[in-house]
Design a protein around this ligand. Structure first.
Ligand code: F6P
Length: 546
């Protein structure tokens, strides 16, 4: 049965008619415990969802919807290793990547935990050797710079986490990330590096991705040029992370230096696979294990907690409430942490590549809205850019505000002049202003001229979640990412879509391969595309002097 045809969906539609227009001011006034009751915890994470346009009854109805959608059964099927990615006939087992147990899960005839721990052990010994200076380059120099070459899921996770966990990283090793096929990316990342002390980690699940292989080839050229052309240098300066040993070998990387993973790890869910190798080099194997344990804590919470106390599931269900009953189309993620500057970008792939779908598992078109446009920037910077629209625009934008009670130990014990408290006061103020706003009477009471009053009225009733952890650590970062992974899963199950394929990105790749020769050919190419593309090809060729 379609989710929209279930009594649970209809009950929510009816309920929306009753409470959808209610103002958060009134909901708070009527329920004095709201701010302390509409709260859940998972591991170190505290979610306050009281500033959402819902009541306790809404949460009860959303939990019933989760049951009607089979969320419990689908979750168990995923954790058991069933092929829940039906269009690719694959298990979806990123949760096994962080399971501390070393045996027990047999999937398609493989002891998954044992294989995971074997790779983790090799990664740890590699990371230790690089960090300790034991792994040397071709000329015997120790490694001072690690450049991860990968894109999408083979870049965003470790790149985001490396930035997030800088405070925990080995500062004597520079770690950089190159993803874009724009030649500027690799050129800028390598311009001040010495080939003799640089190690490239080429990360690609398929090892066929145009951007990654092109950058890797160019990196190899740069290395060999810098080291006098001796091909044997490649073995000392290139490692690979992939599921495709054959392609790695064809590229010329010694498979001794390859760290594998499996087809049951989706690209955007691969951060805790060997794709995290560059991060492990930066923060060390122990911190990396803390990160995995953080993920695991939330995996177990998601698997076992009842929906009404289940932090990731609640986030997913609340978003369904907005997308399908209020008609919202975007979700802002606003970390009050400069370290989490790349977190929204990471979530864009996780959420939008997963749930940007319009057919159900059985191939029939969806009849409810799915997916959301995820965007955001760290506070307080965003406050001086786009928050105006959140406060007084005509669009309803649910927002997740993220913060940490303690700052990282940047000043090594020095008093930071109360900066972190000032920072957090903004984290408190913005959701409060969004929720409760300012009435015309309140504005007028300040002595504002009557004709200016309407411009200063803040309508309020803009919903948000607050997610707080004690401190940004490897563990809390893992808990946060796992939370959003399971939020995505929850949404996908309710919408009845496959959150684990991404056929939509393929067509553009095929077309790019067809168009590349038109830009590169010596003579005039066939102008056989559409009239717009033909004109742009002409323009770009002329611009490049062809
Ligand atoms: O953008 C499509 C995609 O397949 C992502 O899902 C994936 O993370 C990315 O490309 C990179 O793929 P690979 O790791 O195979 O290079």
């Amino acid at each position: 049965m379609r989710i929209s045809e279930t009594p649970e969906w209809r009950a929510l539609a009816e309920h929306h008619g009753e409470i959808g227009h209610r103002h958060l001011r009134d909901l708070f006034a009527e329920d004095p415990q709201r701010g302390t009751d509409l709260v859940v915890t998972a591991g170190d994470l505290y979610l306050d969802y009281s500033k959402n346009r819902l009541t306790r009854e809404t949460v009860r109805l959303l939990a019933a919807l989760a049951d009607a959608a089979g969320l419990r059964e689908r979750t168990e099927a995923m954790f058991r290793g069933e092929h829940v990615n039906s269009t690719e006939d694959r298990a979806v087992l990123h949760v096994a990547l962080r399971d501390p147990r070393t045996s027990g899960l047999d999937v398609d005839g493989h002891d998954v935990n044992a294989e995971v721990h074997e790779v983790l052990g090799r990664m740890a010994s590699f990371a230790d050797r690089v960090r300790g200076g034991e792994w040397t380059g071709h000329t015997g120099e120790r490694i001072r710079a690690v450049v991860n070459i990968g894109i999408g899921g083979s870049d965003l996770g470790p790149a985001m986490a490396h930035q997030a966990l800088r405070d925990y990283s080995e500062r004597s090793i520079t770690v950089r990330f190159v993803s874009n096929i724009d030649p500027a990316d690799l050129a800028e990342a390598t311009r001040d590096l010495d080939p003799a002390s640089t190690l490239f980690i080429v990360a690609s699940k398929t090892f066929t991705t145009q951007e990654t292989l092109t950058n890797a080839r160019e990196a190899r050229r740069w290395l060999l040029e810098g080291l006098g052309g001796d091909e044997t240098a490649v073995a000392k300066h290139f490692a690979a992370v992939s599921t495709n040993a054959q392609k790695v070998a064809e590229f010329g990387i010694d498979t001794e230096n390859m760290f594998g993973f499996w087809d049951w790890v989706g690209g955007r869910y691969s951060f805790t696979s060997a794709i995290g190798l560059s991060l492990m080099v930066a923060i060390g194997p122990e911190r990396y294990r803390e990160l995995l344990d953080g993920f695991h804590a939330v995996d177990e919470h998601f698997r076992t907690a009842p929906w009404e106390e289940n932090l990731p599931a609640l986030l997913g269900l609340i978003s369904v409430w907005y997308v399908d009953f209020f008609g919202t189309q975007t979700q802002a993620v606003l970390p009050y942490s400069q370290y989490l500057a790349r977190f929204p970008a990471y979530l864009q792939q996780l959420c939008m590549e997963s749930n940007g779908k319009s057919v159900r598992l059985d191939g029939s078109p969806v009849d409810v809205a799915t997916g959301e446009i995820v965007w955001g920037e760290p506070g307080t910077n965003g406050q001086h850019a786009f928050y105006q629209l959140l406060h007084q625009g005509t669009v309803l934008v649910p927002a997740d505000f993220l913060a940490f009670a303690q700052p990282n130990d940047l000043a090594h014990g020095r008093d930071l002049d109360g900066m972190h408290d000032l920072f957090l006061s903004n984290f408190l103020a913005q959701p409060r202003a969004l929720a409760f706003g300012r009435t015309a009477e309140e504005v007028a009471a300040d002595g504002t001229a009557a004709d200016v009053v309407p411009h200063k009225v803040m309508p309020g009733n803009h919903p948000s979640n607050a997610i707080v952890a004690p401190k940004l650590t490897p563990s809390t970062l893992g808990q946060l990412v796992a939370t959003y992974e399971h939020r995505v899963f929850t949404q996908g199950v309710v919408w009845g879509i496959n959150s684990f394929d991404q056929w939509g990105v393929e067509l553009g790749k095929v077309m790019a391969n067809e168009l590349a020769p038109k830009l590169q050919s010596e003579g005039a190419p066939d102008y056989d595309s559409d009239s717009s593309t033909n004109a742009l090809v002409r323009l770009l060729r002329e611009g490049a002097g062809r």
